[in-house]
Write a protein that binds this ligand. Structure first.
Ligand code: GLA
Length: 396
């Protein structure tokens, strides 16, 4: 069974772009095991764009660049599998990939068969250079069928950036995940804009087909390919990672995990947060006391965003997310630059004082036990940071 929960793994694009080769992939595979990423659930190792030669071979097959991958892709897949990981690759629904390499338009069945032969378990499928008159939904459907036809279980990670409101149809054509926005960059506006733009769509994400908020930039500190704009602070990375978990997004790490700060390694491996992402009920987060209005981003603020994402005016978020087994998360996000008090009035979350119930609360970053809290809770949250509490509903 694949994509029963949001897929987790690592992807080469955000940090390495075109600078990928066999040695790097082997080292990443080793690191995923040695540093505990695999044990924490990150099981897919995905090679993104720029792995192929610019021409197909005489049979019409894609060819791995022999300088980057001298032993071919089967050897890479074998190594990745020998570590207990699953292997992912990349192609595109258009004529050429985004970086200009041959792509799978009209070659879907041939390419899918080749990927299966190599031992591929996951295919990211991009949308660049898509012919103007072609039918996007049909072409994603075609690759979905081509993967099924191989007889191999391959996670189909569609990436059409939300074109044609993909959240409405990707599940119906068999995709296991779908990217819903343009590319993430390693800055606050980019990840916050992506999250805000999808707030209305999380209820269409669930088992076997998840809304993918894009690869994480957590821990990149502006090193690498997706480094555009003002680098993120640790507080902003906490916001990014925990928002992805609340949304139940696939968690694909984009940073160089060979070289992480202990704080960022701890964040990506935070089992309490991962459990939220992977909860079996897969419910979207519920935004409480919402007074927010979606407005277009003013032009001058768009400099480092890819597309005119929407921003929500209210800059203090309180979420509750229902988990399985009478567990909940209460989460606060401070979008201001300065420290703020953020509150949760429990009646807003369906637990009025008169009910006689309250929440047993535990800080998800520090593990601190707050005991039983009744009626309301207030957190003091630094600028561009968040606080999350694991809760149980108890008689107070
Ligand atoms: C697109 C995708 C990115 C990445 C690049 C590769 O921009 O959205 O995630 O795969 O292509 O060229």
């Amino acid at each position: 069974m694949i994509a029963v929960r949001p897929p987790m793994g690592w992807n080469s694009w955000n940090t390495f772009g075109k600078d990928i080769d066999e040695a790097l992939i082997f080292q990443i595979a080793d690191t995923m095991v040695e540093k505990g990423y695999l044990a924490a659930g990150y099981e897919y190792l995905v090679i993104d764009d720029c792995w192929a030669l610019k021409e197909r071979d005489e049979n019409g097959d894609l060819v791995p660049d022999p300088e980057k991958f001298p032993h071919g892709m089967k050897a890479v897949a074998d190594y990745v599998h020998s570590k207990g990981l699953r292997f992912g690759m990349y192609s595109c629904a258009g004529i050429l990939t985004c970086a200009g390499y041959p792509s799978s338009y009209d070659h879907e069945f041939r390419d899918a068969a080749l990927f299966a032969e190599w031992g591929v378990d996951y295919l990211k499928y991009d949308y660049c250079n898509f012919p103007k008159n072609a039918d996007g939904m049909n072409r994603y459907h075609t690759m979905s069928m081509a993967l099924k036809a191989t007889g191999r279980e391959i996670c189909f990670a569609a990436c059409n950036w939300g074109a044609e409101q993909s959240w409405n149809w990707m599940r119906s054509i068999g995709a296991h995940t779908y990217r819903s926005t343009g590319d993430i960059f390693d800055n606050y506006r980019s990840f916050m804009g992506i999250f805000q733009s999808q707030l209305e769509h999380f209820s269409q994400s669930g088992p076997y087909c998840f809304n993918d908020l894009d690869m994480l930039t957590v821990g990149m500190y502006n090193k690498g390919n997706a480094a555009i704009g003002k680098p993120c602070t640790d507080g902003e990375y906490r916001m990014q990672f925990s928002l992805w978990c609340l949304a139940g997004s696939p968690l694909m790490i984009g940073a160089d995990i060979r070289d992480m700060t202990p704080q960022m390694e701890g964040l990506l491996l935070n089992q309490r947060l991962i459990e939220v992402d992977q909860d079996r009920e897969c419910r979207p987060p519920c935004l409480l006391g919402r007074r927010s209005v979606a407005v277009p981003v003013p032009k001058e603020e768009k400099a480092d965003a890819v597309e005119p994402l929407k921003i929500v005016k209210d800059k203090l978020y309180t979420f509750i997310k229902h988990l399985s087994d009478n567990r909940f998360v209460i989460a606060y996000y401070n979008l201001h630059e300065e420290e703020q008090e953020i509150s949760c009035i429990f009646a807003d979350a369906g637990v009025p004082y008169a009910s006689g119930y309250g929440f047993q609360m535990e800080d998800m970053f520090t593990g601190e036990d707050l005991g039983v809290v009744r009626d309301y809770h207030i957190a003091v949250v630094p600028g561009h940071d968040c606080r999350l509490y694991r809760c149980r509903l108890v008689r107070a």
